[in-house]
Design a protein around this ligand. Structure first.
Ligand code: SF4
Length: 136
């Protein structure tokens, strides 16, 4: 489906050319950045040199790969369907409304699950780091 290729994955691999849409806070929730910031090769390399897993510090967006993604199934992103169905997640919005993520107009998750995706989205970290996320 051509449209799927035009949408943005809000939980993409941290590759140069992608966009940083949020920072993982110490408590494990995402603080969104809008407008998003380009993920440069230099930034990727600086994380690698420090042996820091970029995927547990940042949320990165990139083109939805649709059928080329392991999460794709039955014509949709199965990951966000699982996230939305996960009763263990708080599914609460900040008091000031939807997260200010900067990619809503093209977001695959929003396109598929509307604001229900945005309720759970701040809880999603691509590669959670238990030690980093432990609350002090
Ligand atoms: S699910 Fe909602 S909050 Fe998350 S990136 Fe998409 S539009 Fe933004």
């Amino acid at each position: 489906m051509a449209l799927a290729k035009q949408l943005t994955c809000p939980n993409a691999p941290p590759e140069p050319g992608a966009a940083i849409i949020g920072v993982v806070q110490a408590g494990g929730q995402i603080a969104y950045i809008s407008p998003s910031i380009p993920l440069t090769r230099d930034l990727v390399m600086s994380f690698q040199e420090k042996h820091i897993e970029l995927e547990n510090r940042l949320r990165v967006a990139g083109p939805c790969s649709a059928a080329d993604c392991v999460q794709w199934g039955q014509g949709r992103c199965s990951l966000v369907d699982k996230v939305v169905a996960d009763a263990a997640l708080p599914h609460t919005l900040p008091s000031n409304g939807l997260p200010r993520c900067g990619i809503r107009q093209t977001c695959r998750w929003f396109f598929q699950n509307d604001v229900r995706a945005c309720h759970a989205c701040p809880e999603v970290v691509r590669k959670p780091a238990q030690l980093y996320m432990e609350k002090s």
